[in-house]
Write a protein that binds this ligand. Structure first.
Ligand SMILES: [Zn+2]
Length: 170
């Protein structure tokens, strides 16, 4: 009789241990929002998925001619995403008419979505704006924008893709 009880206890303990082992693991912390560029491609890869102008602006830090881009005088409601990786960068809510000939925003959509870098090219001291997900050059930010930030994100149309606000389209 005692043997049976011991056997029963032993088996119960065994089954309990197994059930503990099979417990689902807790979800790992989301690591998709790290600072380093999540999207990395070679120039050849970028060239194959971007137009020559998009490649020139985003990977070679080019600037489109003023009043030439498709979004400088574009006022639909929606989001502006990175043309290279699709990350949301700006929204129509902070877009304003600066008269510069380039799409201008007084703020970014999500602070972490852009990276700022000192740029002393062309003998000027400017602050370059890059996509923090893929490192695409977007444009520059100046301190002559409207309230509430006083900033002017001067961004190339060629670095952006517009995504209409679906809630407004209905
Ligand atoms: Zn990007």
């Amino acid at each position: 009789m005692m043997k049976r009880i011991f056997l029963f206890l032993f088996l119960s303990a065994f089954v309990f241990a197994q059930s503990q082992e099979n417990k689902p693991m807790k979800d790992k912390p989301d690591s998709t929002n790290k600072k380093a560029h999540k999207v990395f491609k070679t120039d050849a890869d970028w060239q194959s998925c971007l137009t020559p102008e998009q490649f020139y602006v985003t990977r070679q830090k080019g600037t489109e001619r003023p009043f030439s881009g498709k979004y400088y005088d574009y006022w639909e409601e929606g989001a502006y995403v990175c043309v290279a990786c699709g990350a949301e960068l700006f929204t129509s809510k902070t877009k304003y008419h600066s008269g510069s000939g380039w799409p201008s925003f007084w703020d970014v959509a999500i602070k972490e979505s852009v990276e700022l870098k000192k740029d002393t090219s062309l003998g000027l001291s400017r602050t370059e704006v890059l996509c923090s997900k893929c490192g695409a050059h977007l444009g520059h930010v100046f301190e002559d924008g409207p309230p509430p930030t006083g900033l002017r994100y001067c961004i190339n149309s060629a670095a952006l893709n517009f995504v209409p606000d679906k809630t407004k389209a209905a």
